[in-house]
Each structure stands twice: as structure tokens, then as C-alpha cells.
Design a protein around this ligand. Structure first.
Ligand SMILES: Nc1ncnc2c1ncn2[C@@H]1O[C@H](COP(=O)(O)OP(=O)(O)OP(=O)(O)O)[C@@H](O)[C@H]1O
Length: 360
């Protein structure tokens, strides 16, 4: 089932939690709402669920206006950060709950409920825990049961609010790939809220990056990471170096390097900032290789060599700006360069985006 959100706005007193949100969740898609605390993710999820009413705008399920439909009629399944399993019920009964409380004419026969619960417990690979009670399970297992319980009523849409937020890092990672596989099997349209960049990028088909109640960018994990639409997205999704410079009629000057800036032909003597990911900086020990295009002189202040990638911290030689530049190069390249602390190097951004300085 697809979900369409049109021009949603929501105020809490004077505070605008959602500002004109428009977005479509495709049928069968796993969509992540990603943003810092207070950016409006949970509010948006609650409006989709029908737990919160918006001040303006519409929510459509499969093309039909659901704005005034109540929670029960929307047929959504929920999983929250804090697993709300019933403590005095077995795992089996917890999963069966949603079916048992249905009005009699919609309630499946007992044998059918048993069959369905068994199937769901197998799906989340915890059928061997059916007779246990919630306190006898680990946090990760409880979240999987919470998901089985949400799925028991065959929701058309699954909404997950920081479902792994309370778990430790290792379990979170396991559950992430588990959720991805489960979604690939079931294809229920799912929206999940997270403030964890890695989680969103690893699990979702598409990511909605939110900031101060607005959508900054919507795209596949690759698109939002590799082609951030704004300085905010650049800084929120991973490490980034900022190089201050100047733009003029389709050309840019950054730390002595002159480059084409085809997206900025209108700019007239504008201050600009180049945003560069650590792996998009070329490093050389001699200036010759890069001389033709110009290069920024810097000094190696720190080397962190773990795994296949070597992380360098550099200080610019040519600038008062004492900000560290972070660079990532392969171990192979690092060996070639034979770098040690204090060495002089010459760097050049190989890929970057320019944003006029005044907008951030
Ligand atoms: N019922 C409410 N009454 C007043 N303010 C609220 C209410 N619910 C949310 N807010 C405010 O709206 C803003 C957005 O909240 P929301 O929970 O949607 O953000 P979030 O992105 O999910 O953040 P978090 O990750 O911290 O939950 C916050 O500043 C919050 O304080």
C-alpha cells in the first residue's frame, strides 16, 4: 500500500514541528525518516499512524484520503523503541494478542490463531521461545517479538519508531540486517524513524533527511550520501571538510585552486564553501603531480591506520584557519607515500559541492 503525504504542517503552541511536508512512500518500500533530535520524525510517523492530527495537509493510503480515519481503521502495525510486551503473558500469547481481542466476527478460530502465531514466531526465528515470558528474553529478542506482534494483525503499513534505539551497538547491527532481510521477504510498506545515519543508509530503500520540521532531501542511501543537496545533509551524513573560497561566473577559487563551477554561472564575486568528503581528497608528497591545477600545502598532524583505510589529519600550511582536514586514503596509497607525522603534503579535492557561504 502506498502512502502519500501532502503539505502536512503541525504546530505545538508556537513551535512548528512539521512545516509543509510532502512525500510519497511507494508500495512495498522501506523508508527511513532520518534527522537530529527534534526534527519532527516521530511527529510525522504519528500523523501517518493517526495518533496525531496535523493542522493542515493530507495523508492518503493507496490514493484514498485517510486524514480523518482513526488509528484502528488505518490498519497500521507499530513497533516502538521501548518494547511494550505484556509481562504476564507468554511470548506466544503476546503475539496472539491482536487477534484474540478482535470482535468475535473478525476473530480467527483458535486453531487458525495458533497456526498464524507459530508462523510469525518462525519468521522472526524465535519459535523456540514461545512459552517463555518477556523478562526471560534479551532486548533484541523482545524487539523481534514486538515486530511479530505488530505483523500478527496483517497490517497494510508497518511503522517503526527507533525500534533498535534501546539496544547495544552490536545487537543493533544484527537486527538491522535482519530487518532488511525480513522486509525483502514480506514487502510491507514500512516507515522507520532513526537518528542513526548508518542505520538509515544500511537498511532503507530511500532516506528522508529531516531538519527543523522540513525535508532537506529524499533519495536512495547512495544519493543522499554521495550527492547531498544541502550543507546540512553533508554535515549530518558523515564526515566532511569545508574549504572557504570564492565564486565568480562559473569559476571557483578554493585555497589557491581554480576550478569550474558550472552550477554557479550567475554568481558574482560570492563567498562560497566547498564541501569535501575525506575520501574525495587526493594527497601527494611532492607538488609536481598536482601542480598544473594547483594544490593546497598541508602538514600531517596525525595518522590513524586501522583496517584497509588510513585516516590522516592534516593542518593547512597556507591558512590561519587551524581546522583539521580529515583525509582517507587506502592502505596501499599510504604505503606508496610513506608518510610520517610532520611530513609536508599537497592536497586537492577531487570531488566536492559548492554552496554560497551565506546560506548556512
Ligand atoms: N505533544 C507535544 N507537545 C508539545 N511539543 C511536542 C509534542 N510532541 C513533540 N513536540 C515537540 O516537537 C518537536 C519535534 O518532535 P519529534 O518527536 O517529532 O522529533 P524527533 O525528530 O522524533 O526527535 P526525537 O528523535 O528526539 O524523538 C520537538 O521539539 C518536541 O519537543
Amino acid at each position: 500500500m502506498s502512502i502519500e503525504i501532502r503539505n502536512l504542517s503541525k504546530q505545538f503552541g508556537n513551535f512548528a514541528a512539521l512545516r509543509d511536508i510532502t512525500l510519497e512512500v511507494k508500495s512495498g518500500e522501506l523508508l527511513a525518516l532520518l534527522g537530529p533530535s527534534g526534527s519532527g520524525k516521530t511527529t510525522l510517523l504519528r500523523v501517518i499512524a493517526g495518533l496525531e492530527t496535523a493542522d493542515a495537509g493530507q495523508v492518503l493510503f493507496q490514493g484514498e484520503d485517510a486524514t480523518d480515519q482513526n488509528v484502528r481503521d488505518r490498519q497500521v502495525g507499530f513497533v516502538f523503541q521501548h518494547y511494550a510486551l505484556f509481562r504476564n503473558m507468554t511470548i506466544f500469547e503476546n503475539v496472539a494478542f491482536g487477534l484474540r481481542v478482535r470482535p468475535i466476527k473478525f476473530r480467527p478460530a483458535d486453531a487458525e490463531i495458533r497456526r498464524r502465531v507459530q508462523e510469525l514466531l518462525e519468521l522472526v526465528q524465535l519459535d523456540w521461545l514461545a512459552d517463555r515470558f518477556p523478562h526471560q528474553l534479551s532486548g533484541g529478542q523482545r524487539q523481534r517479538i514486538a515486530l511479530a506482534r505488530a505483523l500478527a494483525v496483517e497490517p497494510k503499513v508497518l511503522l517503526l519508531d527507533e525500534p533498535f534505539g534501546a539496544l547495544d551497538a552490536r545487537v543493533r547491527k544484527e537486527l538491522r540486517s535482519w530487518l532488511r532481510r525480513l522486509h525483502d521477504d514480506m514487502h510491507i510498506t514500512s516507515v522507520f524513524v532513526t537518528h542513526d545515519q548508518e542505520e538509515a543508509l544500511e537498511v532503507a530503500d530511500r532516506v528522508v533527511v529531516m531538519n527543523e520540521g522540513r525535508i532537506e532531501q529524499i533519495g536512495t542511501p547512495d544519493e543522499v550520501y554521495e550527492r547531498p543537496a544541502s550543507p546540512f545533509v553533508y554535515e549530518f551524513l558523515g564526515k566532511v571538510n569545508l574549504f572557504h573560497g570564492r565564486l565568480h561566473r562559473g569559476r571557483a577559487w578554493i585555497g589557491g585552486i581554480e576550478v569550474d563551477a558550472p552550477g554557479h554561472t550567475e554568481a558574482e564575486e560570492t563567498s562560497a564553501v566547498a564541501y569535501v568528503r575525506p575520501h574525495d581528497i587526493r594527497v601527494d608528497k611532492v607538488n609536481n603531480a598536482l601542480k598544473a591545477e594547483g594544490a593546497i600545502p598541508a602538514r600531517v598532524s596525525h595518522i590513524l591506520s586501522i583496517g584497509p583505510v588510513v585516516r590522516l589529519e592534516l593542518m593547512r600550511d597556507d591558512s590561519e584557519d587551524k581546522k583539521v582536514i580529515e583525509v582517507e586514503i587506502s592502505k596501499e596509497r599510504f604505503r606508496e607515500l610513506q608518510l610520517t607525522r610532520g611530513d609536508q603534503v599537497f592536497i586537492k579535492p577531487s570531488r566536492f559541492d559548492l554552496f554560497p557561504a551565506q546560506i548556512h
